[in-house]
Design a protein around this ligand. Structure first.
Ligand code: TRP
Length: 325
């Protein structure tokens, strides 16, 4: 017996990087054993910013390819694309009727978007958390693995569910966040969160050579200017990445950095070698899956079919409870 139903969604950002892996995918993979898992690529959410819409298809496929190569298992879990099960949009509309506008206008991510895209403050942007709620509750998920940044959205989802239940009766469980207890992975600039849009990432699927090149551009301890200066691993992002990729050498590296026995160039080479070694099985699997023609389409079609079977039942219940004739 599994412990409950997990749902999580991620926007189609294309090839995944080590920040995505350490912060989310690794956790998704592990949850598969103990929970009934549904993982979704949220293409409709991506439309709220209308950036790179011509890349949506390709980004979705590249992302699913990385998920599969990383160990998400389409036999065990439901892997699908949000828009392939259009009931989520129906539920979004219905939930919007029980969601006070004031709740949505207060959401911090909405206010940030108003600032960052003042030319495009669209209706969908305000409803972003309602669509996210619809994602989760359409499948009656009770557990939602997310990073800390998504907690306010999840709290709102719980409030929408409570209000729905109060007005129309019980259909949905109140979804609980399952925090991915993971330190934020910083990008190569050592400043901002690792992200494709900041061009500070290391792609899982990159070649060993590209990985080496990218790591070499990374910022280290800013106070260490010359090879012979002692370094401070505690403020060095390269060192923080060593935790994951060269765990056995961690103490050596810290001591040698402090004593200036190892330079930043050499330290970065060690890290890149560690990353490349850790990613050998991933990269092999990825190449193998990419060779199977039509495979990703099959996975997505099967995922949509299974997700639809659940969605259809929930929508029937919701319509009935809300009194739709
Ligand atoms: N808002 C999430 C993000 O930006 C993506 C998302 C959409 C999501 N629907 C979801 C996450 C449902 C968890 C559950 O990362």
């Amino acid at each position: 017996m599994k412990k409950g139903r997990v749902f999580s969604g991620a926007r189609p950002t294309g090839r995944q990087h080590i920040g995505n892996y350490l912060g989310a995918i690794d956790n998704y993979v592990k949850l598969q054993e103990r929970y009934d898992c549904i993982y979704c690529i949220v293409d409709v959410h991506a439309l709220t910013t209308l950036e790179d819409t011509h890349l949506l298809k390709e980004n979705t496929r590249e992302m699913m390819l990385d998920w599969l190569a990383a160990g998400l298992d389409p036999e065990q879990s439901i892997l699908f694309v949000q828009s392939h099960v259009p009931q989520v949009m129906e539920l979004h509309t219905l939930l919007s009727m029980v969601t006070p506008l004031g709740w949505l206008l207060r959401v911090a991510t909405f206010k940030e978007k108003v600032k960052s895209q003042p030319h495009n403050v669209n209706y969908g942007l305000v409803g972003y958390p309602v669509l996210m709620t619809a994602d989760i509750v359409l499948y009656k998920a009770d557990t939602v693995p997310v990073g800390e940044d998504q907690l306010p959205h999840l709290e709102l989802a719980r409030e929408i569910v409570r209000r729905f239940t109060y007005l129309f009766g019980e259909v949905f469980p109140e979804p609980k966040a399952k925090l991915t207890t993971f330190p934020m992975v910083l990008g190569l600039d050592g400043e901002k969160k690792m992200s494709k849009s900041y061009d500070n990432d290391i792609e899982l699927a990159a070649s060993p050579e590209v990985t080496m090149q990218r790591v070499k551009t990374a910022f280290t301890d800013p106070a260490r200017k010359y090879r012979n200066d002692p370094g401070n691993p505690d403020v060095c992002n390269i060192y923080s990445l060593h935790h994951f990729y060269t765990p056995k050498r961690l103490e050596d590296i810290a001591t040698q950095c402090r004593g200036a026995q190892i330079g930043c160039v050499e330290c970065k080479e060690l890290l890149a070698e560690g990353i490349n070694k850790a990613l050998v099985p991933f990269r092999e699997r990825r190449a193998e899956i990419a060779r199977r023609k039509g495979y990703i389409d099959e996975v997505l079609a099967d995922g949509a079919r299974r997700a639809h079977a659940i969605a259809k039942e929930t929508i029937k219940e919701v319509r009935e409870k809300m009194g739709l004739p």
